[in-house]
Design a protein around this ligand. Structure first.
Ligand code: HEM
Length: 201
């Protein structure tokens, strides 16, 4: 039996696994490896579903965990958390419909919808890991000089003003990072599979 206190780490691992499976599944369909695409996408559905169940169990028992940081890092945290939560609800019907279209072999419609579903799903999975790191691994944030300053400064209002002056870029970078990371890895997979296809021809 997994202890309740371990569930946040389990949830973050499930989110990270979903993200990796989605990237691999996308790479496989670009490389025209249908069985591998299907296997990855169905596994991503399973890990995301497992995350949802585990998340609901944890929060039903423990409730909300307060975020300790102050100043701009708090703004960044809630920006990520709110966008993550809203999109997590939005992707549920999208994933179901994308899957349904594939099962019905309506692949044109599947592809059109999947191009919306996939980036949103990736955003939710990657920001799930970010929220976990920010909430449960604040010492990691202390390694970053700017985060450290914001976490330690008790005068929250002062740091928010400074955020408006100079740290807005950091918030944008934090929110944009999942896209850059995931997009970068996806591009590498697609390029590698294209190069291999060109070599096979
Ligand atoms: C919800 C899970 C799924 C997601 C997010 C997903 C995602 C995608 C994406 C993004 C594409 C377009 C790739 C491109 O831009 O070239 C695609 C194409 C495709 N997918 Fe999926 N997929 C999922 C499940 C499935 C399943 C279960 C099947 C098989 C039954 C399937 C079969 C296909 C096929 C055949 C194509 C190519 C369509 C064509 O070239 O006309 N997918 N999928």
């Amino acid at each position: 039996m997994i202890p309740l206190s371990a569930l946040p780490s389990v949830n973050a691992a499930l989110n990270a696994t979903s993200a990796l499976l989605l990237i691999a599944g996308y790479g496989f369909i670009r490389a025209k490896r249908l069985p591998l695409h299907v296997a990855c996408m169905l596994s991503a559905c399973a890990t995301s579903l497992a995350f949802l169940v585990s998340y609901l169990i944890y929060h039903a028992q423990v409730g909300a965990t307060p975020f300790p940081g102050q100043g701009w890092i708090r703004v960044a945290y809630f920006t990520i958390l709110i966008s993550h939560t809203v999109l997590a609800a939005v992707i549920l019907p999208l994933v179901g419909r994308t899957l349904w279209l594939a099962i019905q072999r309506r692949f044109d419609a599947h592809e059109r919808l999947a191009r919306v579903t996939l980036p949103l799903w990736l955003y939710v999975s990657v920001t799930g890991v970010l929220v976990y790191l920010m909430l449960y691994h604040a010492p990691l944030a202390h390694a970053c000089p700017m985060c450290k300053e914001a976490l330690l400064d008790p005068a929250g209002a002062q740091t928010v003003t400074r955020a408006a002056k100079g740290y807005a870029m950091s918030i944008a970078a934090l929110v944009g990072m999942p896209f850059v990371l995931v997009g970068g890895v996806a591009m590498l997979i697609v390029r590698a599979s294209r190069r291999r296809d060109a070599n096979l021809r």
